[in-house]
Design a protein around this ligand. Structure first.
Ligand code: SF4
Length: 384
């Protein structure tokens, strides 16, 4: 492999990026990966613990990137001052831009070719943050399709069809070669879109598709066009949520502590019930993407952090629309939020007749999170 291409992986403090670091370290030790983490100054202690454990496991330093070096303020508080106390929100997400994306862009500044690994899983349908810089290429090792959308669009463009067909003819020795060539030579149309063609090619032979893409990249300026060989083109693994937890546990690094479910009591129709809550994401302790029940979790399990979050709410600025944290933490609201959460989880469970319910809702006895709901919220840069 060429020395000039740099390989980087961002550790968010979430489960997927941590598992990706472990996975790549174990399966592809020949990749010399640099690890980094963008520190807002407001991460949970569990995130810092995870980073420490990963450093020990990987035997490598994880470079901490801070958006500013300000002796008096951590990065979040620095930018909060710059924005005149205006708290970030779903619709004004200056925090992600300033505290996560800009430090990353600064870290990869220059023209050196860079491959950036992203922990989007095989059971997710999203892309994550992709740098627009021409010298940066994203790779998704947990998915069947390891390539980014821009690469796929170029490879499957009708104008490249003859070239791709030629690459398949030269490099494919699969039993199913005739069928694969048939797929490769069918142009995209209204009735045959990119997603369908990609699915057919990957399902016919992931390795052959990867080989063809890799050869195609050699005719481009993409970073992986500059290396002689690349081990991930042989990869056929598809990793889903349960695999991520297995990787974290089996490595000894462990699952971030905030996922661990904790009991709460709630009265439903005059009867006391036991519900479970936890935090479902990494990122800042006051992150506005968290659900009401996560705020209650913070209030009851990290009260000092809840009070710090509350102290930021002044002059009309609040973390959530329509309710201050002071209002949310009143006994009446806490009770109502728990009741709503308990009822929703029960309803979801009852609606699923599938034996795979356990996979959908809990993955294990140790946590009970509605992952489908949670992972659809928020930003990939902070939570992967
Ligand atoms: S974790 Fe939430 S508050 Fe922190 S930078 Fe990301 S989006 Fe903003």
């Amino acid at each position: 492999m060429s020395k000039e291409v740099k390989h980087v992986l961002g550790i968010s403090g979430g489960k997927d990026s941590a598992a990706l670091a472990i996975y790549l370290n174990n399966i592809y030790p020949e990749l010399d990966i640099e690890y980094y983490s963008c520190d807002t100054g407001k991460e949970l202690k569990e995130t810092y613990d995870l980073i420490d454990s990963l450093e020990v496991y990987l035997g490598k330093n994880i470079k901490v990137l801070k958006a500013v070096s300000d002796e008096n303020h951590d990065p979040f508080d620095h930018f909060l001052d710059v924005y005149g106390g205006y708290l970030p929100s779903n619709t004004a997400r200056w925090c992600t831009k300033k505290l996560k994306l800009m430090p990353f862009e600064k870290y990869i500044a220059g023209d050196a070719p860079i491959v950036s690994y992203v922990g989007i899983r095989g059971d997710e349908d999203r892309e994550g943050y992709i740098s627009k810089k021409a010298n940066v290429q994203s790779i998704f090792p947990f998915r069947q399709n390891i390539w980014s959308e821009d690469v796929i669009t170029k490879v499957l463009k009708n104008e490249n069809l003859e070239f791709i067909l030629k690459l398949y003819q030269e490099s494919c020795f699969h039993d199913n070669k005739d069928r694969i060539l048939e797929i490769a030579k069918t142009p995209l149309s209204n009735n045959y879109n990119q997603k369908t063609k990609l699915g057919f090619l990957l399902d016919s032979s992931t390795k052959d598709f990867n080989k063809v893409v890799f050869q195609f990249l050699k005719t481009t300026d993409y970073p992986l066009g500059k290396v002689e060989s690349y081990p991930l083109i042989e990869n056929e693994d598809i990793l889903v949520r349960s695999d991520i937890f297995s990787i974290l546990k089996e490595s000894g690094v462990g699952v971030p502590g905030y996922y661990e479910k904790r009991e709460y009591k709630v009265e439903i129709d005059g009867e006391e019930k036991t519900g479970y809550y936890s935090r479902s994401r990494s990122g800042c302790f006051f992150c506005f993407f968290q659900q009401k029940i996560e705020w209650v979790w913070l209030y009851e399990n990290h009260n000092e952090l809840f009070n710090k979050a509350l102290a930021y709410e002044k002059e009309g600025y609040t973390w959530q629309q329509g309710e201050t944290l002071e209002e949310l933490s009143s006994p009446k609201r806490v009770k109502a939020i728990k009741k709503e959460h308990f009822t929703r989880i029960q309803r979801t469970k009852n609606n699923f007749k599938s034996p795979n319910l356990v996979d959908i809702l809990t993955d294990s006895d140790e946590w009970e999170i509605d992952w489908e709901e949670e992972e659809g919220r928020g930003c990939a840069a902070c939570f992967i």
